[in-house]
Ligand binder design. Structure first.
Ligand code: G3I
Length: 472
C-alpha cells in the first residue's frame, strides 16, 4: 500500500485551464464562475489546499452509484463504522480488519486521504470491553494496546486519527466513560502518546460534537488541549463534528476554529451534516445550502482549518433519521443520489475560495473510446450567427457531465440552454444544468445554443468527459 496522496502536475495544469475558462465565462456573462467550471467537490477543494471528505459506509461500496460518488467527489474518506473498536476487535485479541482494509484500499485506488475514526470512545465498544471488569492497570494496557495495534497497522497510510472521541459533557466537564471513571484524565494523554509512538507521522486529533461554537463544552475542550500542549502531549488537531440543525449554525464557529488554530493546532470539520424537520421543502433546502456554505466559509477563512468531511453522501444513508425522529435530509445528496442545493453551496464555497477546476479539457480530435455518440446539428444559420442543437448518447451512467467542442475561429456562444456554457478561445465547455446531470446508461443528454461572430459547422467533433464521441 502506498503512502498518502500524490498531487500531480496535471492538476496544476487543470487549475490554469479552470482560471481561463472562468475568465472567458465572465466575459460573455452567461453563467457564474462555479457553473462555468462545474468541478467536482474535490476538484473545487484542491486549489484551497483543503480536503473534502465523506464518511463511507462499508456495506454500500458495492453500490456503483455510491462508490462512484465517493471516489469522484471526495478527496478523503472516513470509515463510518469500520474502524471502530467493536468492528476491528469484536472478541478480545481477535481482530477483523476486513472493512477497515477495504476502505484504505479504496482510498489508495482513488488517490484519497483516509481520516482514521476512532480509537478511544465510550460508544461502539465491543461487548467484552463494555461489559468486562478490568483492574485500572489492565484497562490502561487494553486501551494503549488497542491504540498501538490499530495505528501501527496503518502506519504511513492514515495521516490523521481521531484518537479520543466525545470526551466531554455539555457543561465542559469530562464524560464519565469507563476510561475516565477508572483512569481519570490521564487516559487521554496516554492514548495520544501510544498513537504517536505507533505512527510518528500521523496527526492526532481529539474529536467531539456540540463544540462548534464558543460554549461551555468547547471551553472545556480548549482548556484540556492547552493542558495537553503544556505537558508536551503529542496532540495536533481538534475535530469539530458539526452535526448541525438547519438555521442553527453557531455564529461563533469561525472564532472558535480560529482560537484552536491559534494554539498551533489543525482544525477539521469532521462529521458535517445539517438536519431538518421532515418533510423537506425548497425553502428548508435553500436555508440548508446557506448553512453548508457558512460552515465551509468559516473553515476556509482560517488557515489552520484543513478539511471538511460530510457525514454521509446521501439522505438515504444518513444516521440522522434513525436517531432523531422526524428529522432528516441532512446530507449533500438526496435519497436518489442527486446533488442538493447544499452540494452546490459547498462547491461554490470552495470555488470562490480557491478558483474552479473543470477537469481535463479533453481534445475532440483524440480518438474516441466508443463510450458516447454525438449529433451536432446546426438548425439555422445566417452570416453572423447560427442555432445549434447537440445531443450525446452515453453508454455509461452519469451523475454530472461535461461536453466540449471547438467553434470556428471568431465564433462565440451568445446564449445557451439546458447547460452551463463557458468558452476559452475556440474551445467551448458545457456542463449540466442542475436538473439534467443524471443520465442513465444508454440515455441521451442534450442542450442548445446560439452563436455570434459566424456560424457553427454541422457535425463538429464533440467530447464527453474528455473522451471523443463517435459521430451519430
Ligand atoms: O452492525 C450492526 C448489525 O449487525 C445489526 O444488524 C444492525 C441492526 O440495527 O446494527 C448494526 O450496527 C449499527 C452500526 O451503526 C453499524 O452499522 C448500529 O445499529 C447503529 O446504531 C450504528 O450507528 C452508527 C453510530 O455512529 C453509532 O454510535 C452510525 O452508523 C454512525 O453514523 C454514527 O457515527 C457517529 C460517529 O462515529 C461519532 N460522532 C457521532 C456520529 C453520529 O452518531
Amino acid at each position: 500500500m502506498r503512502p498518502h496522496r500524490v498531487r500531480t502536475v496535471r492538476r496544476l495544469a487543470r487549475a490554469v485551464v479552470a482560471a481561463s475558462a472562468a475568465v472567458a465565462t465572465l466575459a460573455f456573462g452567461l453563467t457564474t464562475t462555479s457553473q462555468a467550471a462545474n468541478p467536482t467537490l474535490r476538484e473545487a477543494a484542491e486549489p484551497t489546499g483543503r480536503f473534502i471528505g465523506t464518511a463511507v459506509n462499508d456495506g454500500l461500496l458495492s453500490n456503483s452509484t455510491y462508490r462512484n460518488i465517493a471516489s469522484t467527489e471526495f478527496s478523503s474518506v472516513t470509515a463510518e463504522n469500520a474502524m471502530k473498536w467493536e468492528s476491528v476487535e469484536p472478541q478480545r485479541g481477535q481482530f477483523n480488519w476486513a472493512g477497515a482494509d477495504r476502505l484504505v484500499q479504496f482510498a489508495q485506488q482513488n488517490d484519497q486521504l483516509v481520516y482514521g475514526h476512532t480509537l478511544v470512545w465510550h460508544s461502539q465498544m465491543p461487548d467484552w470491553l463494555e461489559n468486562g471488569s478490568f483492574s485500572n492497570s489492565e484497562l490502561r494496557t487494553i486501551m494503549t494496546d488497542h491504540v498501538t495495534t490499530q495505528v501501527s497497522r496503518y502506519r504511513g497510510q492514515i495521516p490523521r486519527w481521531d484518537v479520543v472521541n466525545e470526551a466531554f459533557n455539555e457543561d465542559g466537564t469530562f464524560r464519565q466513560s469507563k476510561f475516565y471513571q477508572q483512569l481519570g484524565e490521564s487516559y487521554i494523554a496516554d492514548s495520544f502518546r501510544a498513537a504517536h509512538a505507533a505512527d510518528p507521522s500521523a496527526k492526532l486529533f481529539i474529536n467531539d460534537y456540540n463544540v462548534e461554537g464558543v460554549n461551555a463544552k468547547s471551553d472545556g475542550l480548549y482548556r484540556l488541549v492547552q493542558r495537553l500542549l503544556d505537558q508536551g502531549v503529542p496532540i495536533h488537531g481538534v475535530g469539530l463534528q458539526s452535526h448541525l440543525i438547519v438555521g442553527q449554525v453557531p455564529g461563533t464557529l469561525q472564532q472558535n476554529i480560529q482560537r484552536f488554530a491559534n494554539l498551533g493546532l489543525e482544525v477539521v470539520i469532521t462529521e458535517l451534516d445539517i438536519r431538518m424537520q421532515m418533510p423537506a421543502d425548497s425553502s428548508k433546502l435553500q436555508r440548508q445550502a446557506q448553512d453548508y456554505r457558512a460552515v465551509a466559509n468559516a473553515c476556509l477563512a482560517v488557515d489552520g482549518c484543513t478539511g471538511i468531511t460530510v457525514w454521509g453522501i446521501s439522505d438515504r444513508d444518513s444516521w440522522v433519521p434513525d436517531v432523531f425522529e422526524g428529522q432528516g435530509a441532512a446530507c449533500p445528496y438526496d435519497e436518489n443520489y442527486q446533488p442538493k442545493p447544499a452540494y452546490e453551496a459547498l462547491r461554490a464555497a470552495f470555488v470562490e475560495a480557491g478558483g474552479g477546476d473543470p477537469g481535463d479539457p479533453g481534445d475532440p480530435g483524440d480518438p474516441g473510446t466508443g463510450s458516447c455518440t454525438a449529433v451536432f446539428t446546426v438548425s439555422n444559420r445566417w452570416s453572423t450567427g447560427s442555432v445549434v442543437s447537440v445531443s450525446v448518447r452515453t453508454t455509461q451512467a452519469l451523475n454530472t457531465w461535461r461536453v466540449e467542442f471547438d467553434l470556428p475561429s471568431g465564433v462565440t456562444v451568445a446564449s445557451g440552454w439546458n447547460g452551463g456554457f463557458s468558452q476559452s478561445g475556440s474551445r467551448v465547455t458545457v456542463t449540466n444544468a442542475p436538473y439534467n446531470g443524471t443520465v442513465s446508461a444508454g440515455g441521451t443528454l442534450s442542450f442548445g445554443f446560439q452563436t455570434s461572430g459566424g456560424a457553427a459547422q454541422d457535425g463538429t467533433a464533440v467530447s464527453l468527459g474528455g473522451q471523443r464521441c463517435a459521430a451519430g
